[in-house]
Design a protein around this ligand. Structure first.
Ligand code: AMP
Length: 285
């Protein structure tokens, strides 16, 4: 496994591999790797001849006062895990390498980037789309892998690829969870043991919504009220940014569960102490 820090070197490695006819799979990450990342790496290894991951805590997707500085970083451990998983190359640039001092260009996926998490983290998806487009240009993979854990991000990337006619297939992987159901996330490291125990209420509230819909409840506002009551009734939940029902493809908001819609995305973002957690489930109606 090779760690590449420079854009120029990464581009030249990729073009040489492409000339030799290798299919390239790419998993962009912010590091602090866990089983969620691991499952995407395994998908890429199955589909492709050579696997690239990137490890880059992207400053442009963090708002002022967010956790950019304290975001967990552990490159040594990440390298060990990546090597064990058969990753061929890690692209690990510095912020200066990615954003030169005269950097000016950003990508905005309108509407989709302003709802749900975008409403509470203004500019977040602009930073995400920008860095992912840069990474796609640098790594130039045939396939790129994204987790459904960050569902809105996955939809936004798919839309950017479609709108900008990019030549990369976006593949999505299922959310990998801890044994109690909490979605794996690098940010789970921030939780105290009591917060960690109570964090599962987020997944439980999504499942409660799922069960109510399966039992025939059509009034999504009613379900939302019950879910908010459950979340806000937990003393470790400081606040709920949103708990919403959306179309899983267009992210249009849904107020009623109707058969014609076939499936529904239920997504939520909550604060446990100083930690913001997100999760979602997709339900067949
Ligand atoms: P991150 O390092 O958190 O930016 O995540 C990098 C990629 O891993 C993104 O595509 C995430 O959606 C994905 N990912 C993160 N956590 C999980 C998880 N628990 N299950 C599946 N994919 C995940």
């Amino acid at each position: 496994m090779k760690v590449i820090k420079k854009i120029k070197e990464c581009k030249s490695v990729v073009s040489s591999l492409r000339r030799q006819g290798y299919r390239i799979g790419f998993v962009p990450t912010m590091g602090s790797l866990h089983q969620g990342h691991q499952s995407l790496i395994r998908m890429a290894s199955k589909d492709c001849d050579k696997v690239f991951i990137s490890i880059f805590v992207n400053p442009t997707q963090f708002g002022p006062g967010e956790d950019y500085k304290k975001y967990p970083r552990d490159i040594k451990k990440d390298c060990m895990l990546a090597e064990k998983e058969g990753v061929d190359y890690i692209f690990f640039p510095t912020a200066q390498e990615m954003y030169r001092s005269d950097y000016k260009t950003f990508v905005v996926v309108r509407k989709l980037g302003q709802i749900m998490c975008g409403k509470y983290r203004p500019g977040h998806f602009k930073g995400v789309a920008t860095v992912v487009l840069k990474l796609f240009n640098i790594v130039n993979a045939h396939k790129a892998y994204f987790g459904q854990k960050d569902y809105q991000q996955m939809i936004i990337i798919k839309k950017m690829v479609y709108d900008l006619d990019l030549d990369v297939d976006i593949v999505s992987g299922p959310t990998i969870r801890e044994s109690d159901g909490l979605a794996m996330s690098s940010r789970n490291k921030y939780l105290s043991s009591e917060e960690r125990e109570n964090a599962v209420v987020l997944y439980q509230s999504l499942n409660m919504a799922k069960d109510m819909i399966k039992c025939g409840e059509k009034d999504l506002e009613k379900i939302k009220k019950k879910a908010l009551k459950k979340l806000k009734g937990n003393k470790f939940i400081k606040s709920v940014d949103y708990f919403e029902f959306r179309d899983p493809i267009t992210l249009e908001e849904r107020k009623k569960a109707e058969k014609k819609h076939k499936s529904l995305l239920v997504a939520s973002a909550i604060w446990i102490g100083k930690t913001r957690l997100i999760d979602n489930v997709v339900i067949k109606v």
